[in-house]
Design a protein around this ligand. Structure first.
Ligand code: PEP
Ligand code: MG
Length: 577
């Protein structure tokens, strides 16, 4: 008799279906720290610094190798790791421990890494918290070099699903990809770099499946495992029916990918001829190519924070200009909308010290920072003007509150342009616009829309502020729906003000990538939607199946609904089957 299948639920981390034998990849044994011999403190410090330099060199080499394989984002991850190994804080804290506490280099760097990781893990921001694994990885590498242990790589003889408690980014990158069917982790999170790498490599992955290893051990090494990285489902020892089900899903997944690609060239036009421009939200220039391949007609939101995070010095103007230019060139003539830095008390940056705030989302965030640090924004604007030589560029300021903020943006842009003109540097034209994320800004925008070229609704923040729902608090899920009639009314008002002022209005919050909400937005008069690349095919299909006049009638009714659920139900009913 066969084994009974065991179904587990994890968190989806990289789409796709995998089925086959599994192999447990163990976290390598940690090198054992000890005490430094008396009189050897200085030597031990020197050894520590040499090991940190050697780790940084290894990581740069790994970055180059991964980059040469065409994975530029992933190359950037290891470049950031190299920067961590060079970061004086990590090594200096360890050096102090050697001097003051008599620990040897291995113990000291492990303790320093653990404390840096704990600080990151305690942050509210899930992206930064996920970086704690990266710091541990780098400290582990330095410790291994000090202990003379190998720093590499997992070997895998046969195609298998890799199962692990967690995978460090460098283990993930050095896995033999040709033999990996899928990745199943007991820990991890979809925003950790192991998951990002899995998505980049197209390997299906499920993370945060706590009981996976015990269930697999009980089934034995001969049992198969099936995972669905799109749903988070895991089946240990699948029976014939489950195997058939997962194989069918794998076929559907492959078909859907090819259908998405085939439909990428189709316009998002309703049955009665209203065309909606679909744009992409990107966070790095490397995302521009895939977005264009899935039919984005430009970038509606280029979040530029990636350039500023995880480093100890600010990005230079040249670095920024190169990154923006890369995205502009990838879009070959379609506009790229660069969002000025949106950073605040909730995302600490070592070289931009900001006082801790009681309510960072209501604090000195985004454009508000320009009062104290105008040079940060002028440098960024200079880079935007320079990138605009390569193709159409729009720049928008986040968290604009009123006409005073618009004037601030225009003054910063004028300063950047005048400086460049004085230096005889080539620049291109840039449209200046605002993000509408603050309810009071939406309510009063008709008074100052004449001063900007365009506006984009940041519905993530607009919803948070309009509904008093912290966007990062999972306990408030039931309250967090941008289809709340109050948010819909704000959007209707913004669309009306933009039409009167004759400026274009887009939506670049998550709402634009949610098919039912996208239909509501079209019904409210929005004609440009920007979204994560993965959402483009489903939103295009929803719009092509809808009739604009029906959407407008439905939106008028939804404005008077009693809850987000009622409004959502109206538009969900208009989605294609
Ligand atoms: C938004 O607030 O909707 C938005 C697009 O900006 P972010 O999510 O980066 O705050
Ligand atoms: Mg925002």
């Amino acid at each position: 008799m066969g084994l009974t299948p065991v179904r587990l639920a994890g968190v989806p981390a990289a789409p796709g279906v995998a089925r086959g034998p599994w192999v447990h990849v163990r976290r390598r044994d940690l090198p054992l720290g000890g005490r430094v011999a008396s009189g050897a403190v200085e030597d031990e410090e020197a050894r520590l610094r040499d090991a940190a330099n050697a780790a940084a060199d290894d990581l740069m080499a790994l970055s180059e190798r991964v980059g040469a394989e065409g994975h530029e984002d992933e190359a950037a991850i290891f470049m950031a790791h190299a920067a961590m190994a060079w970061d004086p804080t990590l090594v200096e804290v360890a050096a102090t421990r050697i001097r003051e506490q008599g620990e040897d280099g291995v113990a000291a760097i492990q303790a320093s890494g653990a404390s840096a990781a704990a600080q990151l893990a305690a942050l509210d921001d899930p992206l930064l918290a996920a970086r704690s694994a990266d710091v541990l990885d780098v400290a582990d590498r330095i410790a291994r070099i000090l202990a003379g242990l190998p720093t590499d790589e997992v070997t895998l003889a046969d195609p298998s699903v890799v199962v692990a408690e967690d995978l460090s980014p460098s283990m993930t990158a050095t896995l033999p990809r040709e033999h990996i069917l899928g990745i199943l982790l007991e820990g991890g999170s979809p925003t950790a770099h192991a998951a990002i790498l899995a998505r980049a490599y197209g390997i299906p992955a499920v993370v945060a499946a706590p009981a996976a290893l015990a269930a697999l051990a009980a089934a034995g090494s001969g049992a198969d495992v099936a995972i669905d990285g799109g749903t988070g489902e895991v089946v240990v020892a699948p029976d014939a029916d489950t195997v058939a089900e997962f194989d069918a899903r794998a076929v559907l997944h492959a078909l859907a990918r090819s259908a998405d690609a085939a439909e990428a060239g189709l316009a998002a036009v309703t049955t009665d001829g209203v065309e909606v421009t679909l744009l992409a939200n990107i966070g790095t220039p490397a995302e521009a190519g895939p977005a264009r391949a899935l039919g984005a007609r430009g970038v509606g939101l280029f979040r530029t924070e990636f350039l500023f995070l995880e480093r100890s010095t600010p990005p230079t103007e040249d670095e920024q200009a190169a990154a923006y230019r890369e995205a502009v060139e990838a879009f070959g003539g379609d506009p790229v909308t660069i969002r000025l830095l949106d950073i605040g008390g909730d995302k600490p940056i070592p070289y931009l010290p900001m006082p801790a705030e009681e309510n960072p989302f209501l604090g000195v965030r985004a454009l508000r920072l320009a009062h104290d640090r105008p040079e940060v924004f002028v440098t960024q604007l200079r880079a935007c003007y320079r990138a605009a030589v390569a193709g159409p560029v729009k720049v928008m300021a986040p968290m604009v509150a009123d006409a005073g903020d618009v004037m601030l943006l225009l003054a910063l842009a004028t300063r950047a342009r005048d400086e460049l003109a004085g230096e005889v540097v080539a620049i291109g034209p840039v449209d200046l616009g605002v993000m509408l994320e603050i309810p009071s800004a939406v309510l009063s925008a008709d008074a100052w829309f004449g001063n900007v070229a365009f506006a984009s609704l940041g519905t993530n923040d607009l919803t948070q502020y309009a509904l008093a729902v912290d966007r990062g608090n999972p306990a408030l899920e039931r309250y967090r729906d941008a289809m709340h009639p109050a948010v819909l009314r704000l959007i209707a008002m913004a669309a009306d003000s933009a039409a009167r002022a004759g400026i274009s209005l887009s939506v670049c919050g998550e709402m634009g990538g949610d098919p039912a909400a996208a239909l509501a937005l079209v019904g409210l008069g929005v004609r440009q939607l920007s979204m994560g690349t993965a959402s483009l095919p489903a939103v295009r299909r929803a719009i092509r199946g809808a009739t604009a006049s029906t959407l407008a009638e439905t939106a008028a009714l939804a404005l008077h609904d009693r809850s987000a659920a009622e409004a959502r139900a109206r538009f969900s009913a208009l989605l294609p089957a």
